[in-house]
Design a protein around this ligand. Sequence first.
Ligand code: MG
Length: 374
Amino acid sequence: MTLAPYAADETTSRGRRYHEPAAAYRGEYQRDRDRIIHSTAFRRLIYKTQVFVNHEGDLYRTRLTHSIEVSQIGRSVALALGLSEPLTEAICLAHDLGHTPFGHAGQDTLNACMRDYGGFEHNFQSLRVVDELESRYADFPGLNLMFETREGILKHCSAKNARTIGELGERFLKRRQPGLEAQIADIADAIAYNNHDIDDGYRAGLLSLELLSSQALFARPLNEVRALYPDLEDRRLVYEIIRRMIGFVVTDLIENTARLIGELKPESIDDVRAAAKPLVRMSDEVAEQHLKMKRFLHKHLYSHEKKLQTEQDAQKMLETLFEAYMTDTATMPQKFAQQAASADEEGRARIIADYIAGMTDRYAMAEYEKLECG
Ligand code: MG
């Protein structure tokens, strides 16, 4: 399939940080996707919490299945708009590589621990993982990904951090847009979690059909499915509703984005980057419903009191680990301990944050047990 002129194109790419000869049978963005799938950080996502901690049940999403669902939505949108599917897939699969164990409770705790040392932000950490922390190639640190892949992974960035990462940080200082594939990955993330968190929240018994039907996005397909299949059991009813919700927002996203592209008529990815606003957007009406659903999930699911205890446990574990490693860096594995030994206080804290952020939920729990019992 031919790419649209405003798609990311490897022949005009800003390329890799370290020069490498082209692969024989793969495009450069395909190669990035393959590198991400082979990375250690990617495999760890299977044991990292999305919303429900891993030991709460086998059927809940983890960061890994979340990332795959994001990529599946992103790829559909990219293909429909004539954009690079492998680049979109690579960005989607990598977007959460820097996530801490224990979901957002983990992120908030590590950020608080790092308050005096530059803070911790999981999205910025995802870039750090692919640029620095993965060590598997003899000639360079990290995965040496293409500029557009890295540009897409870094969704947001403080001005302070943006100044430390060269041309990749420029768009945050100049308020420019990333390429369309990156814009798709960003929205595909939100579509994926809004929908799978409804499924997981319903499964966990924290969300009821009645509560959910207060949301226009849910009520419409609920009525539709009930009219078509009056005797359908609740579990299948929910699946039928969710597939319709995803279809509805994705279709709106594709059609509205095609309209916006038609209006602006970008001729290249640089025209996309220079646009005043992102071009990959739902219509105002659907975007509003989608945002309302996100707020609804915040209120009724993410801050549900039943989740509070596991969040407090997670906070205590990560705080204890951070303090223990700051006091005695030798309790970390040799690789981290060695780096920390020659670092100043801020550098030491960053190495510890890298180590903790890389942990899976169960690894963090095991390390905590060791410290408490040792
Ligand atoms: Mg995500």
